[in-house]
Ligand binder design. Structure first.
Ligand SMILES: Cc1cc2nc3c(=O)[nH]c(=O)nc-3n(C[C@H](O)[C@H](O)[C@H](O)COP(=O)(O)O)c2cc1C
Length: 369
């Protein structure tokens, strides 16, 4: 029966064909009672939609499945809500779970954010970590756990919090976001990394401590050709708010590509922070022009330390090829020059070799040796 019907009208047209049949049927019944006129109009409209679907040539799914194809678009449209309200568990999803988001919303609104005792976490899961009780707890002098960054070559070491704000440029984040983060850094006494977009007026307004990040575009310390400018660097680095300098070598988000901020997005405020012309494409090249080898990198570290009057200078990278990191370590051994701190990007996402379970742990162990 189905096969016979299918040979008459292919199954994929059944929804459309049903609309046509129902429109005709309702129209035929409408002289009996005018109420049939409404479904007749509805089905006639759907039949027209089917005709438009069938005759257009932009979307194969509409052409092949007239009328019914729209269900797909509808479900796709409400997919995020369906997932969020019915499927997603409270502790699922990255980068933030529903449970984490709701606590942030509650605190932002000043409403009750307390949770009852107990946990919803699976404490028997492998790799679940916890702290054990001790019957002989030690007396901790400060609960701030600050760490002094800056070796003997650094006349201006920085006492850093263990919690700091990772690099996110003005431009990638809005003015209000930068203001809020820097205000947080000021209140919490921790450090706010500028990101490679350099120091904007919004980084300066609230006066929170800054780590000034310098990427391959040398924003805030570049000459008109896009190279490194010592004078501009010294000028910006002299600011009391700048506590540390970070040379960005590579980042998980744009491996090997560099980046382009299209001219249309280079507003006067962004141009002012970066030291580039307004409205012109702002390019971060894939590689640095101030150095090209691990030895060159370490010499650049020394140079920045001197030009900044002795502030700690660190490096940031994503571990794409472990041997490149080993090359830097070898250069450190050879020269005795070490950066004052190392930031490893993208602990979980970078496609590092399988035997490298955690790039951070590996970099840490290697640096210690
Ligand atoms: C909006 C945004 C902008 C970012 N901009 C920069 C940047 O300018 N420089 C940089 O080194 N990293 C940048 N990052 C990467 C972060 O600093 C961080 O290394 C990365 O998100 C990995 O940390 P996570 O695992 O805690 O997310 C940016 C990340 C985000 C989400």
């Amino acid at each position: 029966m189905m096969n016979a019907l299918d040979s008459l009208v292919p199954q994929r047209y059944w929804a459309w064909a049903s609309c046509v049949l129902l429109a005709v049927l309702c129209l035929a019944l409408s002289p009996l009672t005018p109420v049939w006129f409404w479904p007749a109009t509805l089905f006639a409209l759907l039949s027209l939609v089917g005709l438009l679907d069938y005759t257009q040539d932009r979307q194969a799914i509409r052409r092949n499945y007239p009328v019914i194809a729209h269900f797909r678009f509808f479900f796709e449209f409400i997919r995020p809500e369906i997932r969020q309200y019915f499927i997603e568990a409270d502790r699922e999803e990255l980068p933030f779970s529903r449970a984490q988001r709701s606590i942030v919303y509650q605190r932002a609104k000043g409403s009750a954010d307390k949770r009852p005792f107990g946990t919803q976490l699976n404490v028997y899961e492998s790799q679940y970590e916890w702290m054990n009780h001790s019957i002989a707890p030690s007396d901790i002098k400060s609960h701030d756990f600050r760490i002094s960054i800056g070796g003997p070559d650094c006349p201006k070491p920085y006492s850093a919090s263990v919690f700091n704000i990772s690099a996110m440029s003005f431009g990638a984040l809005s003015a209000n976001a930068i203001l809020a983060l820097n205000e947080g850094a000021k209140r919490g006494n921790f450090c706010h990394d500028t990101g490679e977009g350099s120091i904007s007026r919004y980084h300066r307004e609230r006066g929170g401590d800054l780590t000034w990040e310098i990427g391959s575009g040398y924003f805030g310390c570049r000459n008109p050709q896009g190279g490194f400018d010592e004078n501009k660097f010294s000028e910006n680095a002299a600011s009391d708010q700048v506590k540390m300098i970070e040379i960005k070598l590579s980042q998980g988000a744009k491996p090997g590509h560099g980046g382009v901020l299209p001219g249309a997005k280079v507003t006067p405020e962004i141009a002012e922070a970066r030291g580039v012309p307004v409205g012109v494409d702002c390019v971060s090249p894939a590689k640095h022009s101030a150095f090209s080898t691990p030895l060159g990198l370490l010499q650049f570290v020394v140079k920045l330390r001197e030009l900044s009057g002795g502030k700690p200078v660190g490096i940031k990278f994503a571990v794409g090829h472990p041997w490149e990191w080993f090359g830097i370590v070898k250069a450190m051994q050879e020269t005795g020059i070490t950066p004052d701190f190392i930031v490893v990007d993208v602990a979980k996402v970078a496609p590092v070799p399988r035997r490298w379970n955690s790039p951070i742990t590996s970099v840490h162990q290697c640096a210690k040796r």
